[in-house]
Each structure stands twice: as structure tokens, then as C-alpha cells.
Write a protein that binds this ligand. Structure first.
Ligand code: PNS
Length: 167
């Protein structure tokens, strides 16, 4: 049986920390479905379509990666994709409480779905999509913190006056 795993998140936008987790996952699993949450309650900087398109472009050369948008329960989406494992990155202790709650809630919802935590490279342990957006918006450099395509798309948003920082 193919060992397919799900890597869910908001990815608004994907950072090099996420890319690092995916690359580590590629060494362990047969395939990874990157699952981008469609969240109508939270207005992001990038639309779901834009987030998916960026990730697809970054991993265009990698046949083991697929990218899909999802809504509803993560465990249902995992089942639909025949993935029993969900991977999540843990950067620091501060991530732990939320991740622990989410993993146990997902287990309560479906005993069959297992969450595995992976640590990104220490160089990305401070990195988050929210900080990338804030730093970029305030004129700081995010070079080497996000893939090139993301940097380009951030610049486009700014030049089009479409850069929205949600609270
Ligand atoms: O990148 P994020 O925002 O930390 O990702 C959070 C995500 C998408 C993994 C989480 O919000 C999620 O799984 N949402 C789907 C709804 C769901 O299944 N909720 C119950 C478990 S908490």
C-alpha cells in the first residue's frame, strides 16, 4: 500500500519552513498531498487559488507532491485521499499546545488518522507566514525566507495596492 500523507495548512503564503518540512517528508513517504485550507471566515492575503498555484509551481518538478484545496474536516479530507497520516511542523514549544489539541481532536474524530510532527531546520524555527507578510509590508527583506515565486507574488500584491494585513 502506498504510504501517502497529508500536509495541511493555510499556506498564506507558503514559506521556506513549509518547503523544508515537505522536502524532509519526501524522504520518508511515497507521496504528499499538500492540503490548502479554504477558510471563508478568514480573509487572507492570497486567495486559495493563488496559494495552490504557488505551491504547484514550486513543486512542479516533483511527481510525489500534489496540491489540493479543502474545506470541512481535515480527517474527512484525509480519508477521501486515503491518507492515514497527517504531518505538521513544530517550530517551538509555543506551537505545541495548539498542535497537541488539534492532533487529539482529530484522533477523537477519527481513530485511524495519526498526526506526525516534524521539526524544520533550526534556521526556520522563527518563521511564519504572518511574520513574512508583516516584514514584507513594512519594507523588510524576506529573501531566502520564502521561495522566489512567493517573493514575486508579494511584490505584485504590493504594487497593485492589494496588500492586506489581516489582524
Ligand atoms: O497553517 P494553519 O493555519 O496552522 O493550519 C490549520 C489547519 C488547516 C491544519 C486546521 O485549521 C484544520 O485542519 N482545519 C480544518 C477543520 C478541522 O478539521 N477542524 C477540526 C480539527 S482542529
Amino acid at each position: 500500500m502506498e504510504n501517502r500523507v497529508l500536509y495541511p495548512g493555510s499556506f498564506d503564503p507558503i514559506t521556506n519552513g513549509h518547503v523544508d518540512i515537505i522536502e524532509r517528508g519526501l524522504k520518508l513517504f511515497d507521496s504528499i498531498v499538500v492540503a490548502v485550507l479554504k477558510n471563508p471566515k478568514k480573509r487572507g492575503l492570497f486567495s486559495t487559488k493563488e496559494r495552490v498555484a504557488m505551491i504547484l509551481e514550486i513543486f512542479a518538478h516533483e511527481p510525489k507532491i500534489s496540491v489540493q484545496a479543502f474545506d470541512g474536516l481535515l480527517v474527512d479530507f484525509a480519508k477521501k485521499n486515503q491518507a492515514r497520516i497527517v504531518i505538521r511542523g513544530l517550530r517551538a514549544i509555543s506551537d505545541f499546545e495548539f498542535e497537541f489539541q488539534m492532533a487529539l481532536m482529530n484522533r477523537k474524530l477519527d481513530e485511524e488518522t495519526e498526526t506526525l510532527f516534524m521539526m524544520p531546520s533550526v534556521g526556520y524555527s522563527f518563521l511564519s507566514s504572518r511574520m513574512v507578510k508583516e516584514v514584507f509590508f513594512l519594507g523588510g527583506s524576506v529573501h531566502n525566507l520564502v521561495p522566489e515565486i512567493v517573493e514575486k507574488k508579494l511584490e505584485q500584491k504590493l504594487s497593485q495596492g492589494k496588500f492586506v494585513l489581516s489582524p
